[in-house]
Design a protein around this ligand. Structure first.
Ligand code: NAD
Length: 287
């Protein structure tokens, strides 16, 4: 450590609450050290009311960049100087990069998700997709699919407080990505869901179902799975959800949520440093 941190070391950090459990400091500090970059990454527990002071500090300390987590992602989007197209549509950012005093906010959940599909050989361009969910992860994925050229995004959500967000995403995408057909339906409508899955190339679960303690739940009946369907989950705990196991059994290409987590980090690292994240070395370090 005494050789790593010096008078010139640039600071990056995660802001939000809680942050104590975060794997980000270990991930980025490992990579900075591996690549010989003079940066250090910390985590600071802050609430929404403290965010204007956080931005003063980012500017005062000339921080290179960092991340925002809940509940600070929306307020952060109001305090940055510029927003990436996805962050602007969503009105939230989980990453910031400070280029000589100009702070740009990005949202990389959706980028990481699409990148994970890509490294698994799945291109979303021109594809018909079904996305279950309308929360933070689901919205980021829906917007990124549309920005990356998916031809259809069929959103299904239960009749809860997130349903209105799906309607709002549909409205925003109608203006921003008019070539992508976006529909919103109730997840309780099993006939509509079956018809959408039958019509789709890629089906994505971006709800909390399948995640512990809901690991016995799957939202798609396995009778709908066919060999040419790609089934992807955002849930990474357990690593293989019930939906992913059933999709594998049916011979589908099944892609779990762990890669989405990794590729968000990969995308963020490249935004911070302009370099490729040392994936293999980090995976060895984690093992
Ligand atoms: P959120 O709280 O913003 O959204 C929750 C979603 O789950 C909503 O759409 C809600 O309607 C739905 N939901 C809740 N109860 C349900 C039920 N009984 N049946 C069907 N749907 C239900 O959560 P989020 O932050 O968007 O996280 C959603 C999922 O994405 C989680 O499983 C999380 O683990 C995963 N995620 C993964 C990554 C990754 O990197 N792999 C990153 C972020 C989130």
């Amino acid at each position: 450590m005494e050789r790593r941190i010096n008078g010139h070391t640039g600071l990056l950090a995660l802001f939000g609450t809680p942050v104590g459990h975060s794997g980000s400091p270990a991930m980025y500090n490992f990579s900075f050290q591996h690549d010989g970059l003079d940066y250090a990454y910390m985590a600071f527990d802050v609430n929404v009311e403290q965010m204007p002071a956080v931005f003063d500090s980012i500017r005062l300390f000339k921080m290179r960049g960092g991340n925002f987590t809940m509940p600070c992602k929306n307020i952060a989007a109001e305090l940055v100087d510029k927003l990436s197209p996805a962050a602007e549509i969503i009105g939230a950012c989980n990453v910031f990069v400070n280029d000589d005093g100009v702070i740009t906010g990005h949202i990389t959940d959706g980028v990481g998700f699409v990148k994970n599909l890509e490294v698994n050989g799945v291109d979303v361009k021109g594809k018909k997709t079904v996305v279950l969910g309308a929360g933070g992860a689901a919205t980021a994925i829906q917007v990124q699919l549309a920005l990356d050229g998916a031809s259809e995004v069929a959103i299904f959500n239960i009749d809860d407080e997130f349903y209105a967000r799906a309607e709002s995403t549909k409205e925003k995408l109608a203006t921003r990505c008019p070539e992508c057909k976006v529909t919103v339906e109730h997840l309780e409508d099993k006939e509509a869901l079956a018809a959408a899955v039958n019509n789709a190339d890629i089906v994505i679960n971006a709800t909390i179902m399948g995640m512990k303690p809901h690991e016995d739940v799957t939202l798609i009946d396995k009778s709908l799975f066919r060999k040419d369907l790609v089934v992807a989950d955002t849930v990474y705990n357990p690593e293989k959800t019930k939906m992913i196991l059933e999709a594998e059994e049916a011979g589908c290409q099944a892609i779990g949520g762990k890669g989405m987590l990794l590729y968000q980090g990969v995308v963020n690292y490249s935004l911070f440093t302009g370099k490729d994240f040392p994936i293999e070395e980090y995976q060895k370090f984690q093992a």
